[in-house]
Design a protein around this ligand. Sequence first.
Ligand code: GRF
Length: 207
Amino acid sequence: MKPLRLGVFASGRGSNFAAILAAIDGRRLNASVDVLISNDPAAGALETARARGVRAETVSSAGFDSRDAFVSRLTEVLRESGAGFIALAGYMKRVPPEVVALYPGRIVNIHPALLPAFGGKGMYGRHVHEAVIRQGCKVTGVTVHLVDEQYDRGPILAQRCVPVLPGDTAETLAGRVLETEHSLYPEVLQAFAEGRVRIRGGIAFIE
Ligand code: GRF
């Protein structure tokens, strides 16, 4: 099996990106990260990429005169890198439909809750965990799903539960969920690397 050639998109600190790199180092994930793309020049993920010798690019719609120019730069960076698969790791922007169309069934995202609950607009970062706690949920978790044109809506690839404990704050819960994210994301990517992902009738399965 050929290694999965990844483009990772991240807007923030990039702990999931770091977990992907660690899984590659530890030979739990047969992949290379060929480019890290961020919309935010201050993203910690860019620093991690540079420190690791991974090509790091800031591509922000704010830096272009037109949407078309932004999308063509994004696709150019991806094409030049040779990445054949995209992993969103805390990417706060919507992936342009043109890019989704170029990578059909080959873009995945990780979400810190059990979708379709606690997903969609406004459900990111601490907002997710606050909503879970406010609702009195006893379990939450992690979802890895395929990305299509809608927020948090593509076929679910894998989910893992995380308990909500009495006295949890958004921070303590986020920390527990994040640990699970760091193990689940590389596992799902490895399933793609091994060709174990099937989609039938809009439903995704890992064999
Ligand atoms: C994670 O909780 C991920 O599920 C969500 O954004 C967060 C990114 O965290 N999509 P990090 O930048 O990977 O540390």
